[in-house]
Design a protein around this ligand. Structure first.
Ligand SMILES: Nc1ncnc2c1ncn2[C@@H]1O[C@H](COP(=O)(O)OP(=O)(O)OP(=O)(O)O)[C@@H](O)[C@H]1O
Ligand SMILES: O=C(O)c1ccc[n+]([C@@H]2O[C@H](COP(=O)([O-])O)[C@@H](O)[C@H]2O)c1
Length: 217
């Protein structure tokens, strides 16, 4: 087997006088959809991020019982969906790592890679924030990145906020209100399996990839 290509991360932090702000949009992305893209774009704008890394999870934590599409397919769709936006970069950082994907490990590795003038911002929807106190090594996550928590239809951002505050872990969370898109990967997979249209839920390029590769049938 050929050796894996080294993980490539964008160069940042070159000017030590400047503060760089790097967003990380993590997800299973099975498949990536417009809910993810609008969340990342509005987080980029609201927090003045220089770049957003779209990072499909290699082996998503807490999904051992679920069938998840191969990491290469999820990554390929993420590349297609983000290709036209110069501020978005699809990243292999998590899919090239073995074992269960934990956000704390990812943030630690990014922190070790980048100099201190690069600040890390982990972007999530309200559903993820609701659970974050249960994530692996949540204390470390709190120390490594600012969280950007976006509203999501069907999830109570205030409840998420209360749960985070009650945890006693000193997360730095910025809440942002974004246009409500009640789109989920689960619904897209379901619609494809039923032969229904998924147009305008995700990009044409992703829809083409799903069709061409027979995903979600
Ligand atoms: N429609 C949406 N609006 C806001 N945030 C979203 C939306 N969909 C997903 N997110 C956020 O994007 C991140 C990655 O989500 P994920 O890849 O699990 O998508 P999903 O649609 O929730 O998938 P699934 O239905 O398979 O659980 C999470 O932080 C999630 O909260
Ligand atoms: O580190 C953890 O324990 C952990 C548990 C659940 C989810 N996450 C991360 O949260 C992001 C959204 O996950 P998901 O399952 O909603 O697609 C993604 O980057 C996951 O790796 C991380």
């Amino acid at each position: 087997m050929p050796a894996r290509a080294p993980q490539r991360l964008p160069e940042l932090g070159l000017d030590p006088q400047h503060e760089y702000r790097l967003g990380i949009m993590g997800g299973t992305f099975d498949p990536v959809h417009y809910g993810h893209l609008v969340t990342a774009e509005q987080a980029r704008e609201a927090l003045d991020l220089d770049l957003v890394l779209f990072m499909p999870a290699g082996s998503p934590a807490f999904k051992d019982d679920e069938v998840v599409t191969s990491a290469e397919d999820r990554y390929a769709m993420t590349v297609l969906a983000t290709a036209a936006n110069a501020d978005f970069i699809a990243s292999r950082f998590e899919i090239d790592r073995d074992g269960t994907t934990y956000t704390a490990d990812t943030l630690r590795a990014l922190r070790a890679y980048y100099p201190d003038n690069v600040k890390l911002f982990f972007i999530t929807g309200a559903d993820a924030i609701l659970d974050i106190v249960t994530w692996h090594d949540a204390e470390s996550i709190a120390g490594l990145a600012t969280l950007i928590a976006a509203t999501r239809p069907g999830y109570d951002i205030n409840q998420a906020c209360e749960r985070v505050e009650a945890s006693g872990i000193s997360f730095d969370v910025r809440y942002i209100e974004i246009p409500a898109l009640a789109i989920s990967s689960t619904n897209i997979r379901q619609r494809v399996s039923e032969g229904k249209s998924v147009r305008y839920l995700t990009s044409e390029s992703v829809i083409g990839y799903i069709r061409k590769n027979g995903l979600y049938r």
